[in-house]
Design a protein around this ligand. Sequence first.
Ligand SMILES: Cc1cc2nc3c(=O)[nH]c(=O)nc-3n(C[C@H](O)[C@H](O)[C@H](O)COP(=O)(O)OP(=O)(O)OC[C@H]3O[C@@H](n4cnc5c(N)ncnc54)[C@H](O)[C@@H]3O)c2cc1C
Length: 288
Amino acid sequence: MTIQEFVNVGAKTTMKIGGSARYFAEISTKEDVEEAQRFAKKKDVPLIVLGAGCNTVFADGTIDALVVQVKTSELFFMEDQVTASSGIALASLITACADHDLDLSALTGIPGTLGGAIVGNAGQGPQGTWINSFIVSVCAFVDGDWKYFEPEECDFGYRESIFKTLPHAIVWTATLRLPQKPKEKILGNVQELLEKRIASQPHRSTAGSCFKAIDGTPAWKLIDEAGLRGLTVGGIQINEKHANFLINANHGTFTDLLSLIETVRDKVPALDGIEMRLYGEDGEIVNV
Ligand SMILES: Cc1cc2nc3c(=O)[nH]c(=O)nc-3n(C[C@H](O)[C@H](O)[C@H](O)COP(=O)(O)OP(=O)(O)OC[C@H]3O[C@@H](n4cnc5c(N)ncnc54)[C@H](O)[C@@H]3O)c2cc1C
């Protein structure tokens, strides 16, 4: 594992906001994971794990942390189960599973890695299917030890899991049990879901949904009712196609993003939960 200094991590996220990490490394083995933890401890900086950066936004300036990006993609199939590395793209996993007549198509269109999906319990909206419904076990490095988590131990909820609360936990592999279905049917569903997404959501310069739904009411509806669709603060805009997607429309900054979130909250105070993961210059989650 090579540790680099002052690497532009903002560029590694889909929203393309944010500055450089004090330390950065790609990790691909269990030894890398252990070494990264030791390094962060020795330098006394937080360790931030990055999947594909589809749900992550970094502060402008220097992030005083070790940012590690997971670069793994191993898969192992056994009957109706697949054990996959956390670095694999969810889209690649869905396709590979279809090749084995295993159906993970319900999660089609969610960008990012398996690890990111587990940490944020990714899914299709508050009423849709979430990844936790397929999880058999998760292997993660926590507090200096490798540990297997049963689904009940993962504390999955709407866009939540225990891995968001365990400091510096690294999700490494997961085993999923999937419904068996002919490949053609699975790919048909994939195509249908992708078309729906393209029609209803932007897919560039965004980190996905910003606010969490409230008691099943989608956040976009409340933002829309408040007349905020299209509102722009600095370089960040509430998307015209989907009012819960914030877009980096024109060289937006972290400060612009926080201001826009605050503006929305002023009008719709009920939107108190955030789906995106915002990291400050101290390497900690910014609680907005
Ligand atoms: C266009 C678009 C549409 C989206 N639609 C949806 C949707 O329908 N449903 C949905 O749920 N999400 C959606 N998202 C958000 C995003 O795709 C998901 O949250 C996805 O699971 C993030 O994966 P990632 O690998 O990019 O995670 P990252 O952004 O890299 O990381 C997200 C969080 O997980 C942590 N993390 C990532 N990998 C690991 C790991 N291996 N170990 C420990 N921690 C880790 C990070 O530290 C960070 O806190 C959308 C995003 C975009 C851009």
